[in-house]
Design a protein around this ligand. Sequence first.
Ligand code: SAM
Length: 240
Amino acid sequence: MNLILLHDADFISAERVVLRDRRREHIRAVHRAEVGDQLRVGRLNGLCGNGTILRSSGDELELEVRLDTPPPAPLPLTLLLALPRPKMLKRILQTVSALGVKDIYLINSYRVDKSYWSSPLLQPEQFNEQLILGLEQARDTQLPRVELRPRFKPFVEDETPELIRGTTAYVAHPGVDRACPSGTQGATTLAIGPEGGFIPYEVELLQNNGFLPVSLGERILRVETAVPVLLTRLAPVLDQ
Ligand code: SAM
């Protein structure tokens, strides 16, 4: 936890918060912070800043906070991800949240196991928990938006033309000739397939709706590896 992420319910006044949950435990056990120490804090969907510990007693930790810095810039990329198995989805949500993705569509595909759609992880309070872990890791405050699209064809035909407008859209698919570009300019949309891959019909439908198939080379990566590799590769090159 590189940032203590504060929720509206933590605030007892404009500049005071009281923490009672795993964040209090983490500050005591991992940071070993004491009264008077300063910690990096951020308000969910708001600014970042510092928090000074005023009181640490029983199951409460009180901080005075000063929030004056914007969170890091988001990654200008919309991710369409064929729904992975729940254990993998948990890790991927943390990773994409840490990497700055703000728009995530979990989509169906022929090779997505139907049972994955009834996972409790698809409840907002459960997936938000994973996204928040990613934000805390990367010192970000902006919660990503997750949309579920359990029907592939209507989603691609009816929604993606509008969704990809003003972006360059790619579908990652091993074995195609075009190499995935590095350091793209402007906004991007990226579709990533399920563990068994997109079937040819799905790649064709995406292609007919404006997506360029791209490959990372002959090594076929697991989805949870392909996701950060593709996001890093497509991310705009920043002037340091
Ligand atoms: N046998 C499947 C196939 O050939 O499509 C492998 C699927 S791979 C485990 C899962 C997803 O990760 C793919 O659908 C693709 O989106 C992405 N991926 C993995 N390795 C890739 C590569 N070398 N090039 C492009 N995409 C890749």
